[in-house]
Design a binder for this molecule. Structure first.
Ligand SMILES: [Mn+2]
Length: 348
């Protein structure tokens, strides 16, 4: 009898369990449908890094185009001003700049291109869902809740990776998209001169140039000329455009750097640059200040420096210096070729 009752109880329990499962699963269905509806309203943005360069902007546009060709609804956006080099590229291939979006929210999904570090990413990235990353930088600090498509290759440009993705997905490259990819590769690799440039970058760029009937060296120079800061910034802004302070033996020096297609670009404004530099030295109590005007084609740098630096520069680099300038052949890197030499000289 006791056994029978418990059997009955068991039966009731099993029935209850079944009902709960049915209830649960039907409940589940409702949530699933709701989720799909919500997903439809989500925005998926393809976005490059802050202070975007040509690679970041072109990667966002072309990767959004590839996703669209593959049937996905995505939009390329940007989080900063389009620089003059990129403007030249967009004009040339008649493509509109991506929409400026300052911040994303929990309703947004994002695909990061050309960066994978929070400090370089769009505001609100913590709330939004990162769906994919396409990049060519060191791996940073972005964490995701779910597995994502993360494609990172040690090549010279994100657009090199994107060109490969078009190929892998059998999507034909229209001339305008090919133009953006080529421009970004030439920009990021400094027309194949950067130490970051690989055989893959060159191969892909050559293929794109062939499709477009573009001569690489000639087009690349036009591209860099369009991006040159010389005619767009004041002498003081030129010095401070890419500027760092260093301390040696208790004294501070400043070293700025600009990249040009030809050092002759600064010929007419050297005196103004020195005057602006002298002002900065006085304001900041520097020992001296140097502006590196780096000629990316000739692969050398013209150093323009304030009075008082002649002896240091001459002796440290073992060169004969003019009153306020010297050209150093083969010197392109502040970090690797200027600072260690000054450090050695000034601290020993
Ligand atoms: Mn890049």
């Amino acid at each position: 009898m006791v056994f029978l009752i418990s059997k009955k109880k068991l039966l009731i329990f099993v029935l209850f369990l079944c009902c709960s499962i049915v209830g649960l699963s039907s409940n589940n269905k409702v949530t699933t449908i709701k989720y799909i509806e919500e997903e439809k309203e989500m925005n998926t943005y393809v976005v490059g890094h802050q202070n975007p360069d040509t690679d970041s902007i072109c990667a966002a546009i072309t990767y959004a185009n590839l996703k669209q060709e593959l049937g996905k609804e995505v939009e390329a956006i940007r989080i900063g001003k389009v620089n003059s080099e990129t403007e030249f590229v967009l004009d040339k291939f008649d493509i509109e700049a991506p929409r400026l979006v300052e911040e994303v929210s929990a309703d947004d999904e994002i695909i990061l291109v050309d960066h994978n570090e929070k400090s370089q990413a769009i505001a609100g990235i913590e709330e939004a869902e990162v769906k994919e990353i396409i990049d060519h930088h060191r791996i940073g600090d972005i964490e995701t809740g779910n597995p994502i498509y993360f494609r990172n290759e040690p090549v010279g440009s994100t657009c090199t990776v994107i060109a490969k993705l078009y190929q892998e997905n059998d999507v034909e490259l229209t001339d305008d998209m090919a133009g953006l990819l080529l421009s970004a590769i030439l920009s990021d690799t400094v027309i194949f001169r950067s130490p970051t440039c690989t055989v893959t970058d060159e191969k892909i760029a050559n293929r794109l140039a062939e499709q477009l009937g573009v001569e690489i060296e000639e087009y690349g120079k036009k591209l860099f000329k369009a991006g040159s800061v010389v005619n767009k910034l004041s002498p003081r802004e030129l010095v401070q455009n890419d500027y760092k302070e260093y301390e040696f033996a208790g004294e501070t020096i400043g070293v700025g750097q600009i990249e040009v297609m030809d050092v002759a670009e600064v010929e007419g404004i050297k005196d103004e640059i020195i005057t602006a530099s002298e002002k900065l030295v006085a304001e900041n109590d520097y020992k001296f200040l140097i502006l590196m005007v780096t000629d990316i084609l000739a692969e050398g740098s013209l150093l323009l420096f304030t009075p008082g630096a002649e002896k240091t520069v001459g002796e440290a680099f073992d060169v004969e210096v003019d009153r306020s300038e010297v050209y150093l052949d083969g010197v392109l890197s502040r970090k690797k070729q200027i600072i260690p030499v000054l450090s050695d000289y000034l601290t020993t």
